[in-house]
Design a protein around this ligand. Structure first.
Ligand code: FEO
Length: 395
Protein backbone atom coordinates (compact mmCIF):
# COMPACT_ATOMS: atom_id res chain seq x y z
CA UNK A 1 0.00 0.00 0.00
CA UNK A 2 1.26 3.48 -0.88
CA UNK A 3 1.79 6.10 1.84
CA UNK A 4 -1.34 8.04 2.76
CA UNK A 5 -1.34 11.71 3.63
CA UNK A 6 -3.53 11.93 6.72
CA UNK A 7 -2.97 15.63 7.53
CA UNK A 8 -0.70 18.40 6.26
CA UNK A 9 2.82 17.01 6.61
CA UNK A 10 1.63 13.81 8.30
CA UNK A 11 1.73 10.46 6.49
CA UNK A 12 0.86 6.87 7.27
CA UNK A 13 3.77 4.90 5.82
CA UNK A 14 2.68 1.56 7.27
CA UNK A 15 1.92 -1.72 5.54
CA UNK A 16 -0.95 -4.18 5.12
CA UNK A 17 -0.66 -7.80 6.19
CA UNK A 18 -3.52 -9.34 4.23
CA UNK A 19 -2.70 -12.97 4.97
CA UNK A 20 -2.07 -13.26 8.68
CA UNK A 21 -4.77 -15.46 10.22
CA UNK A 22 -3.17 -16.36 13.54
CA UNK A 23 -1.66 -13.57 15.63
CA UNK A 24 -0.09 -15.67 18.38
CA UNK A 25 -3.34 -17.50 18.98
CA UNK A 26 -5.78 -14.70 18.07
CA UNK A 27 -7.70 -15.38 14.85
CA UNK A 28 -7.19 -12.45 12.49
CA UNK A 29 -9.74 -13.27 9.83
CA UNK A 30 -9.46 -9.78 8.29
CA UNK A 31 -5.65 -9.72 8.31
CA UNK A 32 -4.14 -6.64 9.90
CA UNK A 33 -2.01 -3.60 9.26
CA UNK A 34 1.11 -2.26 10.93
CA UNK A 35 0.77 1.49 10.80
CA UNK A 36 3.76 3.83 11.08
CA UNK A 37 3.72 7.59 10.75
CA UNK A 38 5.94 10.34 9.40
CA UNK A 39 5.59 13.86 10.74
CA UNK A 40 7.39 16.36 8.55
CA UNK A 41 8.37 19.67 10.07
CA UNK A 42 11.69 21.45 10.53
CA UNK A 43 12.65 18.11 12.02
CA UNK A 44 11.23 14.89 10.60
CA UNK A 45 9.93 12.26 12.99
CA UNK A 46 9.07 8.63 12.32
CA UNK A 47 6.57 7.21 14.80
CA UNK A 48 6.85 3.42 15.11
CA UNK A 49 7.88 0.91 12.45
CA UNK A 50 6.44 -2.39 11.19
CA UNK A 51 6.93 -6.13 11.55
CA UNK A 52 10.36 -7.29 10.28
CA UNK A 53 9.24 -9.07 7.05
CA UNK A 54 7.69 -5.79 5.88
CA UNK A 55 10.80 -3.62 6.37
CA UNK A 56 11.41 -3.20 2.63
CA UNK A 57 7.83 -1.98 2.12
CA UNK A 58 8.15 0.47 5.00
CA UNK A 59 11.39 1.90 3.61
CA UNK A 60 9.87 2.11 0.14
CA UNK A 61 6.83 3.94 1.55
CA UNK A 62 9.00 6.41 3.46
CA UNK A 63 11.12 6.95 0.33
CA UNK A 64 8.01 7.94 -1.63
CA UNK A 65 7.57 10.85 0.79
CA UNK A 66 11.15 11.82 1.77
CA UNK A 67 14.67 10.47 1.68
CA UNK A 68 14.72 8.17 4.77
CA UNK A 69 18.14 9.55 5.71
CA UNK A 70 16.42 12.87 6.42
CA UNK A 71 14.55 11.38 9.39
CA UNK A 72 15.83 13.26 12.44
CA UNK A 73 14.13 11.41 15.28
CA UNK A 74 12.44 8.06 15.77
CA UNK A 75 9.69 7.49 18.31
CA UNK A 76 8.93 4.01 19.56
CA UNK A 77 5.59 3.95 21.35
CA UNK A 78 5.74 0.23 22.13
CA UNK A 79 8.41 -2.47 21.95
CA UNK A 80 6.39 -5.45 20.72
CA UNK A 81 7.96 -6.65 17.48
CA UNK A 82 4.98 -6.02 15.23
CA UNK A 83 5.99 -2.36 15.70
CA UNK A 84 9.76 -2.61 16.15
CA UNK A 85 10.79 -5.54 13.95
CA UNK A 86 11.98 -3.11 11.27
CA UNK A 87 13.64 -0.74 13.72
CA UNK A 88 17.17 -2.17 13.30
CA UNK A 89 16.90 -1.71 9.51
CA UNK A 90 15.58 1.82 9.90
CA UNK A 91 18.25 2.84 12.43
CA UNK A 92 20.95 1.35 10.26
CA UNK A 93 19.66 3.28 7.26
CA UNK A 94 19.13 6.68 8.90
CA UNK A 95 22.14 6.55 11.24
CA UNK A 96 22.48 4.71 14.56
CA UNK A 97 23.17 7.97 16.42
CA UNK A 98 19.85 9.59 15.58
CA UNK A 99 17.79 10.13 18.75
CA UNK A 100 15.28 7.42 19.62
CA UNK A 101 12.46 8.57 21.91
CA UNK A 102 10.61 6.00 23.99
CA UNK A 103 9.48 5.43 27.56
CA UNK A 104 12.04 4.52 30.20
CA UNK A 105 10.77 0.94 30.09
CA UNK A 106 10.87 1.12 26.29
CA UNK A 107 14.62 1.79 26.36
CA UNK A 108 15.12 -1.23 28.60
CA UNK A 109 12.85 -3.46 26.51
CA UNK A 110 14.31 -2.40 23.16
CA UNK A 111 17.78 -3.23 24.44
CA UNK A 112 16.39 -6.64 25.46
CA UNK A 113 15.08 -7.28 21.96
CA UNK A 114 17.78 -5.83 19.73
CA UNK A 115 21.45 -5.71 20.78
CA UNK A 116 22.30 -2.11 19.95
CA UNK A 117 23.92 1.10 21.05
CA UNK A 118 21.09 3.38 19.99
CA UNK A 119 20.84 6.95 21.21
CA UNK A 120 17.94 6.51 23.62
CA UNK A 121 15.97 9.47 24.94
CA UNK A 122 13.67 8.00 27.60
CA UNK A 123 10.76 10.38 28.20
CA UNK A 124 8.43 11.07 31.10
CA UNK A 125 4.66 11.43 31.00
CA UNK A 126 3.85 14.87 29.57
CA UNK A 127 7.33 15.55 28.19
CA UNK A 128 7.41 17.47 24.92
CA UNK A 129 9.59 17.40 21.83
CA UNK A 130 9.60 20.36 19.45
CA UNK A 131 9.87 19.55 15.76
CA UNK A 132 9.99 23.24 14.84
CA UNK A 133 6.53 24.62 14.22
CA UNK A 134 4.93 21.60 15.80
CA UNK A 135 5.31 19.76 19.06
CA UNK A 136 4.90 16.17 20.16
CA UNK A 137 3.74 15.33 23.69
CA UNK A 138 4.43 11.88 25.13
CA UNK A 139 1.82 10.26 27.37
CA UNK A 140 2.61 7.27 29.54
CA UNK A 141 0.06 4.49 28.90
CA UNK A 142 1.67 1.62 30.75
CA UNK A 143 0.08 -1.78 29.96
CA UNK A 144 -1.70 -0.64 26.80
CA UNK A 145 -0.36 -3.06 25.87
CA UNK A 146 3.00 -3.64 27.57
CA UNK A 147 4.79 -1.92 30.47
CA UNK A 148 6.66 0.20 27.88
CA UNK A 149 3.60 1.52 26.04
CA UNK A 150 3.06 5.22 25.48
CA UNK A 151 0.96 7.46 23.23
CA UNK A 152 2.34 10.40 21.26
CA UNK A 153 0.16 13.46 20.70
CA UNK A 154 0.74 16.00 17.94
CA UNK A 155 -0.32 19.17 19.74
CA UNK A 156 -1.11 21.54 16.87
CA UNK A 157 -2.99 18.99 14.74
CA UNK A 158 -4.72 17.29 17.68
CA UNK A 159 -3.69 13.85 16.45
CA UNK A 160 -3.19 11.03 18.93
CA UNK A 161 -0.82 8.24 17.87
CA UNK A 162 -2.13 5.53 20.13
CA UNK A 163 -0.01 2.45 19.39
CA UNK A 164 -2.10 -0.65 20.25
CA UNK A 165 -4.86 1.42 21.89
CA UNK A 166 -8.07 1.81 19.82
CA UNK A 167 -6.69 -0.58 17.17
CA UNK A 168 -8.28 -3.42 15.26
CA UNK A 169 -6.93 -6.27 13.15
CA UNK A 170 -8.44 -5.04 9.90
CA UNK A 171 -6.58 -4.96 6.59
CA UNK A 172 -8.06 -2.81 3.83
CA UNK A 173 -7.22 -0.09 1.34
CA UNK A 174 -9.74 2.05 3.18
CA UNK A 175 -7.85 4.06 5.76
CA UNK A 176 -10.40 5.95 7.86
CA UNK A 177 -13.47 5.15 9.96
CA UNK A 178 -15.74 6.92 7.46
CA UNK A 179 -14.52 4.52 4.75
CA UNK A 180 -14.52 1.26 6.72
CA UNK A 181 -17.26 -1.33 6.49
CA UNK A 182 -19.62 -2.53 9.21
CA UNK A 183 -16.97 -4.91 10.56
CA UNK A 184 -14.97 -2.05 12.08
CA UNK A 185 -16.57 -1.95 15.54
CA UNK A 186 -16.82 -5.77 15.87
CA UNK A 187 -13.09 -5.98 15.06
CA UNK A 188 -12.32 -3.18 17.55
CA UNK A 189 -14.35 -5.04 20.17
CA UNK A 190 -12.57 -8.32 19.43
CA UNK A 191 -9.22 -6.55 19.74
CA UNK A 192 -10.18 -5.06 23.11
CA UNK A 193 -11.57 -8.38 24.41
CA UNK A 194 -8.48 -10.38 23.51
CA UNK A 195 -5.62 -7.92 23.93
CA UNK A 196 -6.69 -5.36 26.49
CA UNK A 197 -9.54 -6.72 28.65
CA UNK A 198 -7.23 -7.79 31.45
CA UNK A 199 -6.12 -4.17 31.86
CA UNK A 200 -9.69 -2.82 31.90
CA UNK A 201 -9.42 -0.98 35.26
CA UNK A 202 -6.21 0.74 34.19
CA UNK A 203 -7.61 1.61 30.74
CA UNK A 204 -10.76 3.03 32.32
CA UNK A 205 -8.69 5.38 34.52
CA UNK A 206 -6.49 6.42 31.61
CA UNK A 207 -9.34 7.12 29.20
CA UNK A 208 -11.31 8.94 31.90
CA UNK A 209 -8.21 11.06 32.62
CA UNK A 210 -7.82 11.92 28.93
CA UNK A 211 -11.52 12.84 28.64
CA UNK A 212 -11.39 14.93 31.84
CA UNK A 213 -8.30 16.80 30.61
CA UNK A 214 -10.36 18.28 27.78
CA UNK A 215 -7.55 17.58 25.33
CA UNK A 216 -8.82 18.04 21.78
CA UNK A 217 -8.59 14.86 19.72
CA UNK A 218 -9.42 15.30 16.04
CA UNK A 219 -7.89 12.02 14.91
CA UNK A 220 -6.78 8.81 16.61
CA UNK A 221 -4.12 6.85 14.76
CA UNK A 222 -3.58 3.37 16.17
CA UNK A 223 -0.79 1.11 14.92
CA UNK A 224 -3.32 -1.49 13.71
CA UNK A 225 -6.19 -1.02 11.31
CA UNK A 226 -8.42 1.94 10.63
CA UNK A 227 -7.71 5.53 11.75
CA UNK A 228 -10.49 7.37 13.58
CA UNK A 229 -11.05 10.81 12.01
CA UNK A 230 -14.81 11.11 11.57
CA UNK A 231 -15.80 10.08 15.05
CA UNK A 232 -12.91 9.50 17.46
CA UNK A 233 -15.45 9.85 20.29
CA UNK A 234 -17.11 6.62 19.16
CA UNK A 235 -14.11 4.46 19.97
CA UNK A 236 -13.32 6.46 23.13
CA UNK A 237 -16.86 5.86 24.40
CA UNK A 238 -16.67 2.19 23.43
CA UNK A 239 -13.45 1.86 25.46
CA UNK A 240 -15.15 3.49 28.45
CA UNK A 241 -18.08 1.07 28.15
CA UNK A 242 -15.93 -2.05 27.64
CA UNK A 243 -13.57 -1.06 30.45
CA UNK A 244 -16.46 -0.72 32.91
CA UNK A 245 -17.41 -4.29 32.01
CA UNK A 246 -21.09 -3.51 32.33
CA UNK A 247 -22.78 -6.57 30.82
CA UNK A 248 -25.70 -6.72 28.45
CA UNK A 249 -28.73 -8.89 29.17
CA UNK A 250 -27.02 -11.78 27.45
CA UNK A 251 -25.77 -15.25 28.37
CA UNK A 252 -23.51 -17.62 26.49
CA UNK A 253 -23.30 -21.38 26.95
CA UNK A 254 -19.81 -22.57 26.04
CA UNK A 255 -19.34 -26.31 25.74
CA UNK A 256 -17.51 -29.18 24.16
CA UNK A 257 -18.97 -32.59 23.57
CA UNK A 258 -17.92 -36.16 22.76
CA UNK A 259 -21.15 -38.03 21.90
CA UNK A 260 -23.54 -35.03 21.80
CA UNK A 261 -24.81 -35.45 25.37
CA UNK A 262 -23.19 -32.25 26.66
CA UNK A 263 -24.35 -30.56 23.45
CA UNK A 264 -27.95 -31.62 24.11
CA UNK A 265 -27.61 -30.20 27.61
CA UNK A 266 -26.09 -26.94 26.31
CA UNK A 267 -28.93 -26.43 23.84
CA UNK A 268 -31.56 -27.07 26.53
CA UNK A 269 -29.86 -24.64 28.93
CA UNK A 270 -29.58 -21.95 26.25
CA UNK A 271 -33.25 -22.44 25.38
CA UNK A 272 -34.18 -22.19 29.05
CA UNK A 273 -32.25 -18.91 29.35
CA UNK A 274 -33.86 -17.57 26.17
CA UNK A 275 -37.35 -18.41 27.48
CA UNK A 276 -36.83 -15.76 30.20
CA UNK A 277 -36.28 -13.07 27.57
CA UNK A 278 -32.50 -13.00 28.00
CA UNK A 279 -30.43 -13.26 24.82
CA UNK A 280 -28.68 -16.64 24.77
CA UNK A 281 -26.59 -18.78 22.50
CA UNK A 282 -24.76 -22.09 22.73
CA UNK A 283 -21.16 -22.00 21.50
CA UNK A 284 -19.36 -25.22 20.60
CA UNK A 285 -15.67 -24.84 21.39
CA UNK A 286 -14.32 -26.78 18.46
CA UNK A 287 -16.55 -24.93 15.97
CA UNK A 288 -15.47 -21.49 17.19
CA UNK A 289 -12.19 -19.73 17.69
CA UNK A 290 -11.47 -18.87 21.29
CA UNK A 291 -10.75 -15.24 20.39
CA UNK A 292 -14.25 -14.93 18.89
CA UNK A 293 -15.72 -16.52 22.01
CA UNK A 294 -13.89 -13.96 24.17
CA UNK A 295 -15.52 -11.18 22.16
CA UNK A 296 -18.87 -12.60 23.29
CA UNK A 297 -17.62 -12.98 26.85
CA UNK A 298 -16.81 -9.25 27.03
CA UNK A 299 -20.41 -8.08 27.26
CA UNK A 300 -22.20 -11.26 28.43
CA UNK A 301 -23.77 -11.20 31.89
CA UNK A 302 -23.59 -14.97 32.34
CA UNK A 303 -21.01 -17.50 31.19
CA UNK A 304 -22.27 -21.07 31.45
CA UNK A 305 -19.68 -23.74 30.78
CA UNK A 306 -20.25 -27.41 29.96
CA UNK A 307 -17.77 -30.23 29.61
CA UNK A 308 -17.87 -34.00 29.40
CA UNK A 309 -15.54 -35.93 31.68
CA UNK A 310 -12.58 -37.54 29.94
CA UNK A 311 -10.11 -39.63 31.94
CA UNK A 312 -11.31 -38.07 35.21
CA UNK A 313 -10.67 -34.55 33.86
CA UNK A 314 -12.60 -31.88 32.06
CA UNK A 315 -12.30 -32.11 28.26
CA UNK A 316 -8.84 -30.80 27.19
CA UNK A 317 -10.25 -28.09 24.89
CA UNK A 318 -12.15 -26.72 27.86
CA UNK A 319 -8.99 -26.57 29.97
CA UNK A 320 -7.38 -24.60 27.14
CA UNK A 321 -10.28 -22.17 26.89
CA UNK A 322 -10.62 -21.66 30.64
CA UNK A 323 -6.90 -20.91 30.90
CA UNK A 324 -7.25 -18.35 28.12
CA UNK A 325 -10.34 -16.74 29.65
CA UNK A 326 -8.82 -16.65 33.14
CA UNK A 327 -5.80 -14.71 31.84
CA UNK A 328 -8.05 -12.05 30.34
CA UNK A 329 -9.74 -11.47 33.73
CA UNK A 330 -13.39 -10.93 32.80
CA UNK A 331 -15.23 -9.28 35.68
CA UNK A 332 -18.77 -9.01 36.91
CA UNK A 333 -20.01 -12.35 35.54
CA UNK A 334 -22.61 -14.87 36.62
CA UNK A 335 -21.22 -18.40 36.20
CA UNK A 336 -22.66 -21.85 35.68
CA UNK A 337 -21.20 -25.31 35.11
CA UNK A 338 -22.71 -28.52 33.75
CA UNK A 339 -21.71 -31.65 31.90
CA UNK A 340 -22.28 -35.27 31.02
CA UNK A 341 -20.23 -38.27 32.04
CA UNK A 342 -19.92 -42.04 31.76
CA UNK A 343 -18.81 -43.35 35.17
CA UNK A 344 -16.71 -40.89 37.20
CA UNK A 345 -18.01 -37.40 36.26
CA UNK A 346 -15.48 -34.96 37.72
CA UNK A 347 -15.81 -32.31 34.99
CA UNK A 348 -18.62 -30.21 36.48
CA UNK A 349 -16.82 -29.82 39.79
CA UNK A 350 -13.53 -29.00 38.04
CA UNK A 351 -15.14 -26.41 35.72
CA UNK A 352 -17.04 -24.83 38.63
CA UNK A 353 -13.78 -24.53 40.60
CA UNK A 354 -12.13 -22.68 37.70
CA UNK A 355 -15.05 -20.26 37.32
CA UNK A 356 -15.10 -19.67 41.08
CA UNK A 357 -11.38 -18.88 40.92
CA UNK A 358 -12.27 -16.24 38.29
CA UNK A 359 -14.66 -14.71 40.89
CA UNK A 360 -17.75 -15.53 38.86
CA UNK A 361 -20.96 -15.50 40.92
CA UNK A 362 -21.96 -19.15 40.56
CA UNK A 363 -25.57 -20.26 40.17
CA UNK A 364 -25.57 -23.41 42.30
CA UNK A 365 -24.28 -26.71 40.94
CA UNK A 366 -25.49 -27.24 37.37
CA UNK A 367 -26.84 -30.47 35.87
CA UNK A 368 -24.48 -33.44 35.81
CA UNK A 369 -25.99 -36.23 33.74
CA UNK A 370 -24.82 -39.77 33.07
CA UNK A 371 -24.58 -41.08 29.50
CA UNK A 372 -27.43 -39.76 27.29
CA UNK A 373 -29.84 -37.16 28.73
CA UNK A 374 -33.46 -38.37 29.00
CA UNK A 375 -36.53 -36.11 29.03
CA UNK A 376 -36.17 -35.53 32.76
CA UNK A 377 -32.51 -34.57 32.35
CA UNK A 378 -33.33 -32.19 29.51
CA UNK A 379 -36.00 -30.53 31.62
CA UNK A 380 -33.46 -30.17 34.47
CA UNK A 381 -31.18 -28.36 32.02
CA UNK A 382 -33.97 -26.08 30.82
CA UNK A 383 -34.85 -25.29 34.44
CA UNK A 384 -31.20 -24.47 35.15
CA UNK A 385 -31.24 -22.18 32.11
CA UNK A 386 -34.36 -20.42 33.40
CA UNK A 387 -32.65 -19.89 36.76
CA UNK A 388 -29.67 -18.34 35.02
CA UNK A 389 -31.94 -16.14 32.89
CA UNK A 390 -33.71 -14.87 36.01
CA UNK A 391 -30.35 -14.15 37.68
CA UNK A 392 -29.25 -12.14 34.64
CA UNK A 393 -32.46 -10.12 34.71
CA UNK A 394 -32.05 -9.46 38.45
CA UNK A 395 -28.48 -8.19 37.97
FE1 FEO B 1 0.56 -4.46 18.22
FE2 FEO B 1 1.34 -5.07 21.55
O1 FEO B 1 1.64 -4.93 19.70
Amino acid sequence: MKPTKIAEGVYDVGVLDWNIRDFHGYSTNRGTSYNAFLVIDEKIALIDTVKAPFADQLISNISQVIDPKKIDVVISNHTEMDHTGSLPRVMNLIGETKPLYCSKMGAKNLAGHFPNAWNYHPVKDGEELSLGKRTLTFMETRMIHWPDSMFTYLNEDHILFSSDGFGQHYAGFEKFDDQADADLMPQAKKYYANILMLYAPRILKLVEKVVASGIQIDMICPDHGILWRKDPGKIINAYLQWSRQEPEEKAIVIYDTMWKSTETMANAIAEGISSTGVKAKPIHLRSSDRSDIMTDVLDAAAIVVGSPTLNNQMFPTMADFLTYMKGLKPENKIGGAFGSYGWSGESVKLVAAELTAMKFKMIESGPRLQYVPDAQGIEACAAYGRKIGEAVKAK
